[in-house]
Design a protein around this ligand. Structure first.
Ligand code: FAD
Length: 504
């Protein structure tokens, strides 16, 4: 039996727990500040949600595949890593929406290509943010929600805006419903938000999922004008950008940079406990399996690190498990485990898809009962570099499954074969063409459990409370999506700011 006394100990000046993007960035900032750094990752892979996989000979993003351009945070980091020239923007086709009912005429792809016969798939308004239209009376908005609902939405342009709109916390759903009505929320915003955040807009803190939006509504006097202003402030007018070769190159570049700086990168070790002492912290470590789990073992840690400067960069529940050893009061701020997501990637040989019949992909309305997926990304239509790599006729389709309704959440947990069969059927419905196993060149299922934390209303206050508690602990920081909000733009900006300030 291992005891605290017999556990091997090492002294390291600085350690980062968690090797997702936030942990890799924290390790880089500490190394730049002159620390000798050890990074500890529980699984056998670095990058967390920003990872790659190979399907039918193509190297593809297995997790994040883009980043928001509302700030220059990610682009600045990519510049620093020598990847600035490889920032790319999605093709202009935009995404489509698949609804429970027909809202407009049957649509066909360009040149009369494949299309649904019942008008349930329609292009999403192009000038929106999170589905909120910049022009409520535009043809593409009226086609989706109808004339009456569009007129109600346009009332936003004339309704006064109280200066107090930015007081307190507010959900995205409450803001949209009050300014533009329920139809915009249900038909346009909910499918987009479910696709991105796996959560209901009524639970999401608007300031986290759309930073600056409330202030822009006050400044511009309407939600539609605020959306237009934020959209036009983004480079190239695109709300998102990507990297030639995929977001996975961000992880590769960060890892290479850390290796160059002499950072010790340890995979397959899970931090299991923390203790404070006069000179810093003791981090207990257990070796873990490829998926990051620790077996029963001998009941004790395999090793302990004596650390002067510590950054905890894990998911929220793991962070509270660790930091709760230092301050039990953190327990009341334990975040809900994020939604589980399963992604099915299909590489298919279907030349009809060269015409991008559904633009860059399709978001699925919650009440569309004949499709289990919450979204389909037509990756070869979205990213030109990928279309060139795949070649004409070969297409990459990525379908995501997860929380949208109870029934749809269950499908995310099905076995790989069931998910594959479901994805084939869903892709056929959403793209409006017949698709069978004979068309498939390769497929893969990737699962993320608890990887998309909710930024529920009041998120900022909770984060301030957590960080207030941690201020009592010198040389200690906590970073990651559970604090910054989901998405690379939030994670990169927050991690850099916190670890840079406190490293100096
Ligand atoms: C399927 C999917 C698609 C996404 N798509 C996009 C997108 O297109 N654009 C975008 O901007 N964002 C996207 N996101 C969100 C974005 O990827 C994440 O917000 C971001 O990568 C989170 O980084 P992180 O470092 O905070 O957490 P994570 O990536 O979750 O990393 C945390 C790491 O800590 C490790 N860990 C946990 N506990 C311990 C422990 N006790 N000891 C050691 N290690 C531990 C974990 O194994 C993990 O590697 C997506 C997320 C998912 C899941």
């Amino acid at each position: 039996m291992s005891t605290a006394e017999s556990t091997p100990r090492r002294i390291v000046p600085a350690a980062v727990v968690g090797g997702g993007v936030s942990g890799l960035i924290a390790a880089r900032e500490l190394a730049i500040a002159g620390f000798s750094v050890t990074l500890l990752e529980a699984t056998d892979a670095l990058g967390g949600c920003v990872a790659g996989h190979e399907v039918a000979g193509l190297v593809l993003d297995a997790g994040a595949e883009s980043f928001a351009t509302r700030s220059s945070a990610v682009a600045d980091l990519l510049e620093d890593l020598g990847l600035g020239e490889d920032i790319v923007y999605p093709a202009g086709g935009g995404a489509w929406l698949y609804s429970a009912e027909a809202h407009g005429p049957a649509r066909h792809g360009r040149d009369g290509g494949p299309g649904t016969q019942d008008g349930r798939a329609q292009p999403l308004p192009q000038t929106g943010i999170l589905g909120i239209p910049g022009d409520p009376l535009a043809d593409d908005v009226r086609a989706l929600i109808g004339q009456t609902a569009a007129l109600r939405a346009a009332a936003d342009l004339a309704m006064p805006v109280a200066k107090s709109l930015t007081d307190g916390s507010m959900s995205l759903g409450a803001l949209v419903r009050s300014r533009m009505g329920s139809a915009v929320l249900d038909a346009l915003v909910t499918p987009v938000v479910s696709g991105v955040h796996s959560a209901d807009p009524d639970t999401l803190d608007v300031d986290v999922v759309a930073p600056g939006l409330r202030a822009a509504v006050v400044e511009h006097g309407s939600l539609a004008r605020a959306v237009g202003a934020l959209r036009s402030a983004a480079p190239a007018g695109s709300a998102v950008a990507g990297l030639r070769g995929g977001d996975l190159r961000l992880t590769e570049a960060l890892v290479a940079d850390l290796e160059d700086r002499g950072v010790e990168l340890r995979r397959g070790v899970r931090a299991t406990a923390l203790r404070r002492h006069a000179d810093g912290y003791t981090v207990s470590l257990s070796s873990s399996a490829a998926d990051g789990t620790v077996g029963a073992g001998n009941g004790g840690p395999d090793e302990a690190l004596e650390v002067q400067r510590l950054v905890v960069a894990t998911d929220g529940p793991s962070a509270v498990d660790l930091l709760g050893h230092l301050e039990p009061a953190l327990e009341e701020h334990r975040p809900e485990a994020g939604a589980g997501v399963s992604l099915v990637t299909l590489v298919v040989d279907r030349p009809e898809l060269d015409d991008a019949p559904r633009g860059t992909g399709v978001l699925v309305a919650r009440d569309a009962a004949d499709v289990a997926a919450k979204a389909l990304t037509h990756a070869t239509a979205k990213w030109e570099w990928l279309a060139q790599e795949a070649g004409p006729g070969t297409h990459v389709l990525r379908l995501s499954y997860g929380r949208l309704s109870e029934a749809k959440a269950r499908i995310a947990d099905a076995d790989d074969a069931t998910l594959y069969a479901t994805a084939l059927a869903d892709a056929a419905t959403l793209l409006g063409l017949e698709l069978g196993e004979a068309d498939v060149l390769g497929w893969d299922v990737v699962r993320y459990s608890g990887a998309l934390p909710f930024a529920t209303t009041g998120h900022r206050r909770r984060v301030e409370a957590v960080r207030g508690i941690l201020e009592a602990f010198p040389q200690l920081d906590a970073v990651g999506a559970w604090l910054s909000g989901t998405g690379l733009a939030a994670v990169v900006a927050d991690t850099r700011a916190r670890t840079r300030i406190s490293a100096s």
